[in-house]
Design a protein around this ligand. Structure first.
Ligand SMILES: [Zn+2]
Length: 421
């Protein structure tokens, strides 16, 4: 059942209404639509449905874009994706990964990234930022293009090259090329970032031929520039927005204000994506501000560090979960949200990573075995940890959607944050 926006915003959820608003001529954009089902009463959180068109499964929002390397998951084979993560049907790629190889002629020759990696039924979203390889710092970027650290050294990527990559990859939706800068740059550099990102968006739009384009909003930690960037981006003919430049040194207080001023100026009927916010509290903060699509390397980072997520997803889970004292956490290298499987204390622990979890790793393997695999540098350790971490993280997103649907997101967020203090 569709619930109307209590703030009397424009009609939502109908691709025809979006076309009327933007008068879009592109058949690609006509296929892409977003509808909101429930609005949270006390903040901007909302749950909805993303329809990529072309008969692909719908994605419920707020949702996660699974991290990939060139379209493939890092620790499992693509054939196992559906079996292990049945709740995930959106994958994130970075066009920058394809600068070196394979050539764009080969990618477009086989019909795009979906067919190249054998995942035609999945939604693939392309955003320039790659938090696994390097954080955006703005260094080396010029008016000709954004600088990225790649396996072949630092590369300058202008909008023409970026669009060559995007048009070859044929993602379902993608973000325009941003000039992202960290929190500590000068106002002059920040203003330059906003102007360049808008110019590059116009350039991307002029060369746009595939997928739905998300206009990137930047502005660093400057509220005025964030507002200006959002207002100007909203004037363009885009299908959604990507909030760039977060997780780059801004404080928690700055982030909340920056998200608010930007999202206030974006049309409510279009989806919003954000990069760089992956800690559970950051995800809740972004959702509370009105973000619909998140990509995050948080599960990947925990997996490679030998950690398993253990934070409870509900009040019931909290009652069932084990409680570690501050001293135990310090000894184990763990905290209230994760455990460190490298710790010797798990050497003979035959319990699963998390008792309430029904993932493949928790159903079949013990903490002791995964501890052993880590100690002997067996790759299966990362595979099992990632199966658990991604499953748990996807369940976290499902719990968020459920809380919004039940009009209890504000309570859920308060409970979650309070237990972590
Ligand atoms: Zn598990």
């Amino acid at each position: 059942m569709k619930v109307e926006d209590p703030r009397n915003l424009r009609s939502i959820g109908d691709s025809t209404s979006i076309r009327d608003i933007w008068d879009l001529p592109s058949s690609q954009i006509m296929k892409f639509s977003f509808s909101v089902r429930v609005w949270s009463k006390l903040d901007r959180a909302r749950t909805g449905t993303l329809n990529l068109g072309t008969g692909k499964p719908l994605a419920d929002t707020p949702c996660l874009l699974l991290t990939t390397r060139k379209g493939l998951p890092a620790f499992i084979t693509p054939e196992l994706l559906d079996e292990i993560y049945p709740a995930a049907n959106l994958l994130q790629i970075s066009p920058i990964h394809f600068l070196e190889t394979p050539p764009t002629s080969l990618i477009s020759g086989v019909g795009g990234i979906h067919l190249l990696v054998g995942l035609p039924e999945y939604g693939l979203a392309a955003f320039a930022r790659d938090s696994l390889m390097c954080e955006a710092n703005g260094q080396g970027t010029t008016k000709l293009g954004a600088a990225f650290e790649t396996s072949g050294g630092r590369r300058l990527v202008g909008p023409s090259k970026y669009m060559e990559l995007v048009n070859a990859l044929k993602p379902d939706f993608w973000g325009s090329l941003p000039d992202e800068v960290p929190a500590w740059v000068s106002t002059k550099r920040n203003r330059m970032s906003v102007d360049r990102t808008l110019n590059w968006l116009d350039h991307c739009l002029s060369l746009h031929s595939v997928g739905a384009i998300f206009g990137t909003v930047v502005g660093g930690v400057d509220l005025e520039l964030r507002m200006h960037s959002a207002q100007e981006t909203a004037k363009r003919r885009v299908s959604g927005f990507s909030l760039g430049g977060f997780g780059l040194g801004e404080s928690k207080e700055e982030r909340a204000a920056l998200l608010e001023v930007a999202i206030e100026r974006l049309p409510a009927e279009l989806p919003r994506h954000v990069s760089g916010l992956g800690m559970p509290e950051e995800v809740l903060e972004a959702v509370s501000a009105g973000c619909d699509i998140l990509d995050s390397t948080y599960p990947h980072t925990l997996t490679t560090g030998g950690y398993a997520m253990t934070f409870p997803l509900s009040i019931q889970d909290e009652h069932d979960s084990e409680k570690l004292s501050i001293e135990e956490c310090a000894t184990l290298g763990s905290d209230s949200s994760k455990i460190n499987l490298r710790s010797m204390s798990y050497r003979s622990d035959t319990s699963p990573l998390l008792k309430s979890c029904e993932c493949h790793a928790c159903c079949k393997y013990s903490r002791a075995y995964i501890h052993h695999l880590l100690n002997t540098h067996e790759m299966l350790a990362q595979t099992l940890l990632d199966i658990h971490n991604v499953t748990h993280y996807l369940r976290f997103f499902a719990a968020i959607r459920e809380a919004i649907s039940q009009n209890s997101f504000d309570q859920y967020k308060s409970w979650f944050v309070s237990r972590r203090r």
